[in-house]
Design a protein around this ligand. Structure first.
Ligand SMILES: Nc1ncnc2c1ncn2[C@@H]1O[C@H](COP(=O)(O)OP(=O)(O)O)[C@@H](O)[C@H]1O
Ligand SMILES: [Mg+2]
Length: 523
């Protein structure tokens, strides 16, 4: 039997049911980083910028290739022309020597015609390709000589110059061909390099973006999965440590919200559990009270009958002539015990009759006396001296008697429990009432083992108990606190280890519940 279990049903205060605290619907935010959307847009921009870069690079390479290509084409054309000129020179040489070798008479006007034709062709070539003009310097000179001084010698000189020019042109064409080859090799190399680098850029870009995307989505999937698992665990009752928050985007916020939800769920369940246990206790008490009332009622009748019969028997024996008879004495003793039984039944029934939880004008002293009388039947208080010091000048207070009885009983039982085992020489509980300004005070002091600072600090916490399993519930003092609070009063505990405990309750006479949360505790 623990202390609460000994309480009568109507002594359970009706006002202790607390509503589960409503959770504020405030959205507590994380310091938000870039959102998922921003990350997506950023990634797309990155892809676009990279594509633009590759495009610009490819255009640049193409232009470079085009420049080389044009150069090559021009070179090719030049080479072709050189060959043509070379060919023409070769033809001229052939014609010229044929002309010299012919049996034809070398008349100056014939020579002049021939030379002028050559000069015209040379001028035409130089006009088109002024850069090869120096090549023709020797030839021009020989031609000019031949016009001034036509003859076999001049012609032979022209022939020699023609051959030299042709050799020179041939040499030039060879060099050009070599240069062209080098240029075209360069062109192909550049083309290959451009193709290869474009390919590499493309590949690395795609691979890089792929890696970033993979990293991003892997992280996202991992976090979504762990959130999903956590939610599943929560559904199956998990209320433990929160998930670590690794990100600052919407998913991070969601994780944070889920953590908060779990925390609040746990708090709410704890509150509900507390309420459930309180309700259970109340119902248990009510059931025991009803049972007790029934039993007391059933006992009352036979006790009354026995008492009546005893009186009759005593009277009859008293009438007998033999004078003193010790049977009368024994019957008187039986009568005393029956009276005691009747008194117990009366007291229990006083407490068992359901009373309203309404506020009414109460005499605190009377309440203390009644409770004390009733509590004397509790075996824990049997060997304890209870001293009452009640101030007769107390004003009536406005309050709920059940609740105040409950408070007093709990404090008395705690006092008795503290003296269990009889460490101190005198087991004594002093109960006093007094005035404190306009308020009234009720003090319960014991000579028990007292409390150390930690116990004292936690004593008012629900379910805090230092008593063994099945003995303490840890609900006694929280209940006292609630009752005092609901009467607009306070409860103060003072205690030192080995020096007993003093519980002091201050109640305003109007008994109005004006919640005072301040709790003073001195050790
Ligand atoms: N008069 C007292 N003397 C010593 N310790 C006390 C006293 N009253 C309360 N306590 C301490 O406070 C704890 C909480 O008390 P209470 O809320 O009534 O729960 P319970 O009595 O069921 O343990 C007790 O377990 C005990 O350690
Ligand atoms: Mg207790």
């Amino acid at each position: 039997m623990n202390d609460v279990e000994t309480l009568s049903p109507q002594a359970i205060p009706t006002g202790t049911m607390n509503k589960a605290p409503s959770i504020p619907r405030l959205r507590v935010g994380l310091p938000l980083g870039p959102t998922l959307r921003t990350k997506g847009v950023g990634m797309m921009l990155l892809v676009v910028v990279y594509a633009l870069f590759i495009w610009a690079y490819a255009i640049n390479q193409k232009n470079e290739l085009l420049v080389r290509f044009n150069e090559l084409r021009e070179l090719h054309e030049t080479e072709m022309q050189l060959h043509l000129i070379e060919l023409a020179a070769f033809r001229d040489i052939t014609e010229f020597f044929l002309f010299i070798d012919s049996e034809q008479e070398l008349r100056p006007e014939n020579i002049r015609d021939q030379i002028e034709a050559l000069q015209q062709r040379q001028v035409a070539v130089i006009e088109r390709y002024p850069e090869i003009a120096p090549t023709f310097a020797g030839l021009s000179h020989a031609l000019a000589e031949a016009i001034i001084n036509p003859g076999r010698k001049a012609l032979a000189d022209v022939g020699i110059q023609l051959a030299a020019t042709q050799r020179y042109l041939e040499q030039l064409a060879k060099e050009l061909a070599l240069y062209q080859k080098a240029l075209s090799d360069d062109y192909y190399a550049l083309g290959d390099a451009a193709a290869m680098s474009s390919l590499l850029f493309g590949l690395f870009g795609v691979a890089g973006i792929g890696l970033v995307a993979m990293y991003f989505f892997t992280g996202l999937t991992r976090d979504i999965k762990s959130l999903e698992r956590r939610l599943d665990d929560v559904v199956h009752g998990y209320r433990g440590a929160p998930l670590p928050i690794r990100r600052k985007d919407e998913l991070g916020q969601l994780t944070h919200d889920v953590n908060r939800m779990v925390e609040e769920l746990a708090q709410r369940e704890e509150d509900l559990d507390l309420e459930r246990r309180k309700t259970f206790q109340q119902e248990k008490m009510a059931a025991i009270g009803t049972l007790a009332a029934g039993i007391v009622h059933e006992i009352g009748n036979p006790v009354a009958a026995i008492s009546g019969l005893l009186s009759t028997l005593q009277y009859d024996l008293g009438q007998a002539p033999m004078g003193h008879d010790d049977r009368v004495e024994r019957l008187q003793m039986v009568q005393q015990q029956v009276d005691r039984l009747a008194a117990i039944a009366r007291d229990v029934s006083d407490f068992a009759v359901p009373q309203s939880g309404k506020r009414e004008l109460l005499n605190l002293n009377g309440l203390v006396e009644n409770t004390n009388r009733f509590m004397r039947f509790d075996k824990r208080l049997r060997n304890i001296e209870i001293v009452l010091d009640l101030n007769p000048g107390l004003p009536a207070i406005y309050g709920v008697s059940d609740q105040l009885v409950q408070l007093l009983m709990n404090l008395m039982i705690n006092a008795a429990d503290a003296m269990e085992g009889g460490q101190s020489d005198v087991s004594k509980i002093s109960i006093s009432t007094f005035r404190v300004g306009a308020d009234i005070g009720l003090q319960i002091e014991d000579s028990g083992h007292g409390m150390d600072a930690t116990t004292l600090e936690k004593a008012l916490d629900p379910f805090f108990t230092t008593k063994g399993a099945g003995k303490g519930t840890g609900l006694g003092l929280p209940l006292c606190y609630t009752v005092a609070n609901e009467h607009g009063g306070t409860i103060t505990l003072e205690s030192k280890p080995g020096q007993g405990t003093r519980a002091r309750v201050i109640l305003p006479v109007d008994g109005r519940a004006k919640p005072r949360t301040e709790q003073e505790m001195a050790s």
